[in-house]
Design a protein around this ligand. Structure first.
Ligand SMILES: C[S@@+](CC[C@H](N)C(=O)[O-])C[C@H]1O[C@@H](n2cnc3c(N)ncnc32)[C@H](O)[C@@H]1O
Length: 250
């Protein structure tokens, strides 16, 4: 592994992510056009209809061109394993970005319907192009909005997309880290989860979701059964991260 792959601070595109944090929270993008460049890269380099190749080209772009804030290849293996364990019919991701995470879910659960909620229209457009190129646009739907938007997105998922009591098998939290816990509570309030539903949460150590982690620790063995996976922040091997995999006990 090259030193640049190991040590993120040697990569300008990583440092640009750190300075682009403000842009990220308002626009959902780093602010230097890398997400649109990633779409161009996939459309021109990846074999159409080949999910593996589309994911590999996104990883390649993130390592060699500009860092992307996808769950990435290392943590993606944890996501794949959790999805395969559940084999969901219905899965929901919060935080679409370029569509990488949803694509991994689609690959791991070939018969699942997948919904991904994203606050930024530009990211939804990018992700839809990538999913279409991978040949899974009929199975993954991006809903522009947030779970915290006063019920608009929750109502849309209910009325238009078949979200109902006990229907949601798998939930992937990978959006605003401060929203993990309130959004999980909103979903619990709707009754969509059932005993055996699994919630995977990325970036619990970095940038960090401490209240979410405390909640899962406090509920261990009562409402939730959580495994904490020690791993690394995407696309490098220096900075530690945690992925939480929590099974709902009801
Ligand atoms: C880390 S990226 C998601 C990466 C994606 N899950 C993947 O693995 O490919 C975070 C995304 O969440 C979006 N986001 C931030 N706050 C959000 C919110 N409250 N609801 C939905 N999306 C949000 C951002 O615009 C950004 O696209």
């Amino acid at each position: 592994m090259s030193l640049k792959r190991h040590i993120p601070f040697l990569r300008w595109s990583f440092l640009r992510v750190v300075t682009g944090t403000r842009s990220l929270t308002t626009t959902g993008q780093i602010g230097d056009g890398r997400e649109a460049a990633a779409v161009d890269y996939v459309l021109s380099h990846a074999r159409a209809g080949d999910i593996d190749d589309v994911l590999a080209r996104l990883d390649e772009f993130a390592y060699e061109q500009s860092l992307l804030i996808n769950i990435g290849d290392e943590k993606g293996v944890l996501l794949d394993a959790a999805v395969q364990r559940v084999n969901p019919a219905l899965a929901l991701e919060l935080g679409t970005y370029c569509g990488y995470g949803a694509l991994r879910i689609a690959r791991a659960a070939p018969s699942a319907r997948i919904y991904s909620v994203e606050l930024a229209e530009a990211n939804a457009d990018n992700a839809r192009q990538i999913w279409a190129h991978a040949g899974v646009a009929d199975r993954i739907t991006c809903v522009v909005g947030t779970i915290g938007d006063g019920g608009r997105t929750l109502d849309a998922l209910t009325a238009r997309h078949g979200f109902a009591a006990g229907a949601l098998d798998f939930l992937f939290l990978d959006h605003d880290k401060d929203a993990y816990l309130p959004d999980l509570h909103s979903i619990l309030d709707r009754g969509w989860l059932h005993p055996g539903s699994v919630v995977v949460a990325d970036n619990v150590k970095l940038p960090g979701a401490p209240r979410y982690r405390e909640y899962m620790r406090a509920q261990q063995g009562t409402r939730w059964d959580t495994v904490e996976h020690k791993t690394h922040v995407e696309y490098q091997s220096l900075l530690p991260d945690l992925v939480l995999e929590s099974t709902f006990l009801g």
